[in-house]
Each structure stands twice: as structure tokens, then as C-alpha cells.
Write a protein that binds this ligand. Structure first.
Ligand SMILES: Nc1ncnc2c1ncn2[C@@H]1O[C@H](COP(=O)(O)OP(=O)(O)O)[C@@H](O)[C@H]1O
Ligand SMILES: [Mg+2]
Length: 143
């Protein structure tokens, strides 16, 4: 099983995305199989991985809503040498749209379970908030 590392802090502009992208590239450069997941609607980790957030057909948003598989969404970051699950501003609506969905806080965990064996590290770049998107990273049932 991979090591799963979440880079999370409620404050913005503190270096989460910079840490995530550079850690992903550094681990990939050391020969590790790395998956980086962008969980921020700002899509900065996506852009920082050399993938244009404006041109995405699918993103982590569709995975969380159960509309597609994580396999169909991930892309290769050619500049970084790792795989990326991208995000863009579509994700901003996910929290509200997931309110009525079952297992909303464990959907990311379930999706990652289907590809975890392919990686040595899975890194999660969280949004600057303690919202549902960040909570999905911990996958504890909400009460
Ligand atoms: N170690 C660092 N030293 C100096 N500036 C940094 C460092 N890490 C990040 N930055 C800068 O701080 C700003 C915010 O970083 P970012 O990674 O986007 O933060 P976050 O993802 O937490 O919002 C960016 O302009 C980035 O270049
Ligand atoms: Mg960020």
C-alpha cells in the first residue's frame, strides 16, 4: 500500500500547493510511483503540474460525485514525472452537491482504493478550508 500524505491547512498562501507539487516531483525523481490529487477548486496544483485546468474534460469533481472513475480522470504530468488527478473551479460546487449523497465523506477513499496498489505515494493538495473536501481526506464518517 502507498503512503498517503495530505497537505492541509485552513489558511491560504502558506505553501500547501508548492509543497505538494515539489514533493511529488522530488519523489518521482527518486524513482517512486506518485499520484498527486488536486482537491482545491483553484486548480493550482493542476496548473503547476503542467496541465491546463481550463481545458479539462473531467476532474476530481466527477469522481467525488460518482459520475466517473478515478482511472478515467488521471493524467500524466510530463514535466513532473508523476500522475495527477486534476481539479478546476467545477469543484467549488461539489460540497453543496454532495450534501444529499450517501457516503460523501468516504468517496475519495473508495476511489483511491481502486488504484492505490499502483503507487508508492499518494499526495493530496487540500483547499484552504476545513470543509467537506478536506474532510474527505480523513474519511471519517460525519455526524
Ligand atoms: N518555501 C517558500 N518560500 C517562499 N515562498 C514560498 C514558499 N512556498 C510557497 N511560497 C510562495 O507562497 C505563495 C503561496 O504558495 P502556495 O503553495 O500556493 O500556498 P497554498 O497552496 O497554501 O495556498 C506562492 O506565491 C509561492 O510561490
Ligand atoms: Mg494551494
Amino acid at each position: 500500500m502507498p503512503r498517503i500524505l495530505a497537505v492541509a491547512n485552513q489558511k491560504g498562501g502558506v505553501g500547501k500547493t508548492t509543497t505538494s507539487v515539489n514533493l511529488a516531483a522530488g519523489l518521482a525523481g527518486a524513482g517512486k510511483r506518485v499520484l498527486l490529487i488536486d482537491l482545491d477548486p483553484q486548480g493550482n496544483a493542476t496548473m503547476g503540474s503542467g496541465i491546463d485546468k481550463r481545458g479539462l474534460e473531467r476532474s476530481v469533481y466527477q469522481v467525488l460525485l460518482g459520475l466517473t472513475t478515478v482511472q478515467s480522470v488521471r493524467q500524466q504530468s510530463e514535466s513532473g514525472g508523476y500522475d495527477l488527478v486534476p481539479a478546476n473551479r467545477e469543484l467549488a460546487g461539489a460540497e453543496i452537491e454532495m450534501v444529499d449523497l450517501d457516503n460523501r465523506e468516504t468517496r475519495l477513499k473508495s476511489a483511491l482504493g481502486t488504484i492505490a496498489a499502483e503507487y508508492d505515494f499518494i499526495l493530496l493538495d487540500c483547499p484552504p478550508a476545513l470543509n467537506l473536501l478536506t474532510l474527505t481526506v480523513w474519511s471519517r464518517p460525519m455526524r
